[in-house]
Structure formats: C-alpha cells, structure tokens
Design a protein around this ligand. Structure first.
Ligand code: 5GP
Length: 236
C-alpha cells in the first residue's frame, strides 16, 4: 500500500491517503506536545514506540471483539488503518483521580475512584478541548442522537474492562486514558486514533512512577525510557 497525498497533519501524526479509498496511513511523529501545543519538543524514536504500542493494543482489543480502525503495522512509524469520519468527542476514561479531574473538582491525586468515570471533551484545540455534557454534544451536532453517546460510553467501558486487567498483569495501573471514535464506511462506530503513553496514564504498581507523557508535561525527563518500558512489558 502506497501513500499518495497528505490528508491531515496533527500534533502527533500525519495522515495520508492511499491508492485504496477506504484505507489511510498514519505516520507517527517524534514530536511531543502538551498544554494544547504550547509546550513542544522532539524525542527521537517516540513515534515508532507509539506505533508499536498502539499496534499491540489494537490487536488485543480486536481479539477481544472490539472493532478498531487498525489494519496493519507497515513499518516502524507507519500504520495502515481504515478511513473513518472522526467523531469530534474525546472520550476520557478514569480509574484513578489525577490531572484535570483532581484540578477541576479538588479530588485528591491518586484517589481510586469508586466507579469508572467516563467524560466527554470537545475535540477542538482552538477552544482548548472544553468539557461536554450530552446536551452540549447534541447541540453542537457532534453525534446524531443520544443513542450514539450511549454507544460511546458503553464502548469506552468495554475497552477499560479489557485494558485495566491487562495492564495490571504487567505491573501497571491504567490510571486514565483518552479514546477517539469514528464511523466506518458502513456507519459502524469504531475505535480510531492511537493507544499509547501519549494518551494514557500508566503508573508502575510497585513504585507509583509515571510511565507516560506526564514525564514530559511535568518536565521529569526520561520520556523515551518510560515508553520503552511500557512496550517491553507489553511484548513480554
Ligand atoms: P486530563 O483531562 O487529566 O488532562 O487527561 C486525562 C487523560 O486523557 C490522560 O491520560 C491524557 O493523556 C488524556 N488526554 C486528555 N486530553 C488529551 C488530548 O487532547 N490529547 C492527548 N494525547 N491525550 C489527552
């Protein structure tokens, strides 16, 4: 499969059209960004790590009956995936309080939540990805109806029910993560984008150490080593 024209360039990936109208290629970039792109850096090899981690996690989800856009890993930095219409909602799943949940609601960092919290953010960089409730999402026409919002929540929980025990088994707490969904050519709502330490928080179960993009957000360093550690444990 060959790249033809570029369709879109985001902060972490370039998306290319291919000679098959139903398939796209995502090229994972080495750039790291945080705080709506205000903090930027380059980490050589990060793109390849995220491509490999996402590939393994998409395969795991596919194996467990969750439909995703993943088709194949082409090489270190490139993934072949289905073309979908992106739903402009970031679905945030949380098992442990930290980040914006702690900041916005005063919940102590590290509190284990009594149930899995699913939130919606409006995927809109210019507006800073504001929080959405169901009525906002319907008002903005981000989905067709309430049923689609219910599907997003249900799929997010289903994915968490697979990933949380999977990561526990490799010594990581899956603290929270961001999912994106799209509609494939048949109108099915399926998981798109990526699943990597760029959009998931992983805390080592024994040490509590962050093995994700918080190392970059907080300027702790060791970003690549942390991503490599996540991949190493996944491949074990
Ligand atoms: P928070 O809302 O606490 O900043 O983020 C919650 C979770 O969603 C974290 O795992 C974070 O990585 C992910 N997340 C939220 N918004 C974004 C975003 O715009 N881009 C990426 N890559 N991840 C996000």
């Amino acid at each position: 499969m060959k790249k033809t024209t570029i369709l879109y360039e985001g902060k972490a990936k370039k998306i290319f059209n291919t000679d098959d109208k139903d398939l796209l290629i995502a090229e994972f970039k080495d750039s790291l960004t945080a705080f709506d792109g205000k903090k930027k850096d380059l980490e050589l090899g990060k793109g390849a790590l995220n491509n490999k981690i996402s590939t393994e996690l998409f395969k795991l989800l596919n194996k467990n009956g969750v439909q995703t856009h993943f088709v194949d890993m082409i090489d270190d930095n490139n993934m072949l995936h289905k073309r979908c219409d992106t739903i402009l909602i970031e679905v945030i799943v949380r098992n442990i309080a930290t980040g914006s949940l702690s900041k916005n609601f005063g919940i102590k960092d590290g509190t284990i939540l009594p149930f899995t919290l699913v939130e919606f953010d409006y995927k809109n960089d210019k507006l800073g990805d504001p929080k959405l409730n169901d009525q906002h999402a319907l008002l903005l026409g981000l989905v067709s109806d309430q049923k689609e919002l219910d599907i997003l929540r249900q799929k997010a929980r289903e994915i968490n029910d697979i990933l949380k025990p999977y990561f526990k088994n490799i010594g990581l707490n899956l603290v929270d993560f961001k999912l994106e969904f799209g509609k494939d050519k048949d109108g099915n709502i399926i998981l798109i984008d990526e699943l990597s330490p760029d959009n998931c928080r992983f805390w080592d179960i024994d040490t509590g150490e962050s093995l994700d993009k918080d190392r970059f957000r907080q300027g702790i360093g060791g970003v690549k080593l942390a991503y490599e550690e996540v991949l190493k444990r996944i491949l074990k």
